[in-house]
Design a binder for this molecule. Structure first.
Ligand SMILES: NC(=O)c1ccc[n+]([C@@H]2O[C@H](COP(=O)([O-])OP(=O)(O)OC[C@H]3O[C@@H](n4cnc5c(N)ncnc54)[C@H](OP(=O)(O)O)[C@@H]3O)[C@@H](O)[C@H]2O)c1
Length: 264
């Protein structure tokens, strides 16, 4: 089937990430609502928003033939099973650890984009960095920016290895932020605060902290400096944390996650 315009197909569009990217695109005015295809192996569409207007198939090649933009969203372990011929298509992959060269040889497309995103796309709050093959043209860049702009904020990057670090840092949501929140809840309960109160308090702290960091032009480092200069209770805690190995421990954890992304 031949198509023109931006008909977008998501291979694995019923999965956790694929379905949230789809819902972000459906919620964006930049895309024709009827121009979406989804494929998976099972034919199960129960996870997909507005499934009545989506073209479904269990045949990945049928999706490729119908679409001019293909988003690959299958688990890394299932990437070797993908058997498509997508020459002359723009192929975008959010599959952790799969390189531009691997995408080219798997899909027969040279216009490929390797990206990372997150299920926060359903709230238009994902961060989606991407890197393009040299064959990408400017119209391709525009569509990639529109797709990931609908999912949240996005940057084109120019060093493919950095994708593994973003897979570690911003791919999982709430990811490491949940761990920091858990540490604070554990601390609160160790001080005798009721677990439900501790849970509510720390969730609210992270909502407020995240919202203020996002709204403000000041960097995280600026906020830390201002709190230390204020010389109040937070300063005492921050100085103790800065003198500890906490910063290195966080870096070590993120490096371990990036190593896993490389070898996944
Ligand atoms: N979830 C996250 O937080 C997150 C964050 C960043 C990046 N990612 C990346 O996103 C990708 C998908 O992750 P996920 O968590 O969304 O996985 P998931 O929930 O397991 O979904 C995988 C999807 O792929 C489909 N699928 C599997 N094999 C297929 C095949 N051969 N052909 C067509 N469809 C196939 C599955 O449907 P059937 O089982 O019906 O085939 C399902 O729709 C991964 O590569 C991961 O690295 C995920």
């Amino acid at each position: 089937m031949e198509t023109t315009g931006n008909t977008i197909g998501i291979i694995g569009g019923s999965g956790m990430l694929g379905s949230t990217i789809l819902s972000a695109l459906l919620g964006s005015e930049a895309f024709e609502q009827s121009n979406f295809w989804v494929s998976n192996r099972s034919g199960n569409a129960s996870n997909v928003e507005q499934s009545s207007i989506i073209h479904f198939t269990k045949d990945n090649q049928e999706l490729v033939d119908a679409c001019d933009v293909i988003i690959l969203c299958v688990p890394p372990a299932r990437f070797p099973d993908i058997d498509i011929h997508a020459a002359n298509r723009l192929v975008i992959s959010v599959v952790a650890g799969v390189t531009i060269d691997e995408m080219k040889s798997k899909t027969a497309s040279v216009r490929v984009v390797r990206a990372m995103s997150s299920p926060a796309a359903s709230l238009s709050m994902a961060y989606s960095p991407w890197i393009a093959s040299t064959e990408i043209v400017s119209d391709d860049r525009d569509i990639v920016r529109k797709i990931f702009g609908a999912c949240g904020t996005t940057d084109e990057i120019f060093d493919e290895q950095q994708l593994d670090h973003f897979t570690a840092m911003t791919g999982p949501v709430p990811g490491f932020v949940a761990y920091f929140a858990q540490c604070m809840v554990d601390h609160a309960t160790s001080q005798g605060i009721a677990p439900d109160v501790a849970d509510r308090a720390i969730r609210q702290l992270f909502v407020a902290g995240g919202t203020m960091l996002a709204a403000d032009r000041a960097s995280p480092a600026d906020h830390v400096r201002w709190m230390i200069e204020y010389a109040g209770t937070t300063a005492a805690g921050l100085i103790a944390m800065e003198r500890s190995t906490l910063s290195k421990t966080i870096s070590d954890g993120l490096l371990a996650a990036a190593d896993k992304a490389r070898s996944i």
